[in-house]
Design a protein around this ligand. Structure first.
Ligand code: HAM
Length: 455
């Protein structure tokens, strides 16, 4: 038996380890003009200028939700497909044609948050900790719809749910919370209200509705003819003019509610009126998800073209039990953040907080960069938003940059000034300038500047 020599080992070693590394370092040849890769249709970047708007919406929402005792919950984006099929319903548009499903793995990217919250609620037995749970979540949802203004394939919802309370007052409180959020964001919307009844009154109503729809079926669109047997209630909110006209004479569920649902609906209306929330009844509103019972509502705008619903929700008293949990009622809503952001933008972003640097340090010569960067670092440690440029560009260019960064002040430090232990502080709004003392240690300079910034 022969053993490899030491030099063989080195060779093998270099063959197997070093050479591949060298090979990997060989220059990569790019095609002369690479194709630009763009975001997928219906999936959108939210760029830094718009993020301010999004943060504002989120902050207002968290503030208001927490005033109502809501606690945040965060769930995964992927869930078992069955969760959505069983909750949203097999014969809904969302489940039939809009879900992003990995069929081989049996999982789906959540098209909405309610089902996921209910899954988490049941899985962790949250009702044991607290009989009434108030939960909210904020995040992306995914539906394969035709993209248009205010309608995306990845969109974001502010979702709020109250689980374990059956009282009509709770419906009104939740709706009032949604209204308060939209009011505080400065958006004017109209609120529409309906009741979808319960397993006692809805089935006989559906039978009457099917009889009516069969009678007028020749005038209905193809989708509605199909829905007559799969999901007849959906025919009532078809947007096609001929279907809308024919639906006018359809029987009304509001007039066919059982006594309990009827009382509940009237109590919701009374409570909303007491809270000063304006609303109108819309007996044609059925919502696109199957889990609803009793109260349903939508916050609508006329400023977004076809996508009128800024937010929507309702009661889902049988859902938790249907998903294998305790027999607990629930009610919630979700608002579309893209739609809210569009409305804010259309209104000129009134109410958005001004964001920008507190101070921009304009270092005007190579020697000034190091002291300015130390000063910027110390200021940041004190909580100041300090920006600076390291390229020693001209004063004009740096003032331009300070303006772009919305700086309140600019500290101008030139080489001569630095030698005299002085700088110039410019108020960017009034353009007033005054000398500042830059003597002493960087910590002392920082404290002096802080006094000016906080004055
Ligand atoms: P939804 O009506 O399907 O209800 O959606 C609620 C809101 O999300 C809509 O009013 C709209 O503002 C926004 N939205 C829906 N789809 C899109 C999209 N493709 N692009 C942009 N925005 C969209 C639900 O999702 C229920 N989970 C609400 C709920 C919570 N019900 C009870 N609790």
């Amino acid at each position: 038996m022969t053993f490899p020599s030491f030099s063989d080992l080195i060779l093998n070693f270099s063959d197997s380890i070093i050479l591949p590394v060298r090979r990997a370092q060989a220059p990569v040849v790019y095609p002369e003009r690479s194709l630009k890769i763009q975001a997928i249709n219906g999936f959108k970047d939210i760029l830094p200028d718009s993020v301010v708007r999004w943060q504002h919406i989120e902050q207002r929402a968290r503030d208001i939700f927490e005033r109502f005792g809501m606690q945040e919950i965060r769930m995964p984006i992927l869930e078992k497909t069955e969760l959505f099929v069983r909750s949203i319903g097999e014969a809904t548009d969302v489940v039939e044609k809009e879900m992003y499903t990995f069929a081989d793995k049996g999982i789906t990217m959540r098209p909405e948050a309610t089902a996921s919250i209910m899954r988490a609620f049941i899985e962790h037995g949250l009702h044991v900790q607290q009989p009434v749970q108030r939960l909210y979540t904020i995040g992306p949802m995914f539906r394969h719809e035709r993209p248009q203004k205010g309608r995306l394939r990845q969109f974001h919802q502010l979702d709020a749910e109250i689980i374990g309370a059956v009282e009509a007052q709770v419906d009104a409180e939740l709706i009032a919370m949604g209204q308060m959020l939209l009011d505080e964001l400065g958006l004017s919307v109209s609120l529409e209200l309906n009741s979808l009844g319960c397993p006692v009154c809805r089935p006989p109503f559906k039978e009457r509705l099917v009889v009516y729809l069969e009678r007028i079926s020749t005038g209905l669109c193809e989708d509605c003819r199909r829905r007559t047997h799969t999901n007849p209630l959906r025919v009532l909110d078809c947007k096609k003019p001929t279907c809308r006209e024919l639906a006018q004479d359809a029987p009304s569920l509001l007039e066919a509610l059982c006594p309990d649902c009827d009382r509940h609906f009237h109590e919701v209306e009374e409570a909303l009126t007491r809270l000063g929330i304006g609303f109108s009844r819309n007996r044609f509103m059925v919502r696109g998800l199957d889990y609803y019972t009793r109260t349903t509502f939508e916050f609508l705008t006329t400023d977004l073209g076809a996508q009128a619903a800024v937010g929507a929700g309702g009661r889902y008293d049988g859902l938790i039990e249907q998903l294998g949990g305790p027999a607990l009622p629930g009610i919630g809503f979700a608002m579309g953040m893209e739609r809210i952001a569009l409305l804010l933008e259309q209104q000129g972003d009134a109410g958005l907080p001004a964001v920008g640097a507190d101070i921009f340090l304009a270092a005007l010569g190579p020697e000034t960069i190091a002291p300015c960067s130390l000063l910027a670092h110390l200021l940041r440690r004190e909580g100041v938003r300090a920006a600076m440029d390291y390229s020693s560009r001209s004063l004009k260019a740096q003032l331009k940059q300070a303006n772009r960064q919305n700086a309140r002040f600019t500290l101008i430090v030139g080489t001569d000034e630095l030698a005299r232990q002085q700088g110039t502080l410019r108020n960017m709004a009034s353009q007033e300038q005054r000398p500042v003392d830059l003597s002493g240690s960087a910590a002392e300079q920082c404290q002096r500047l802080l006094r000016v910034l906080r004055a």
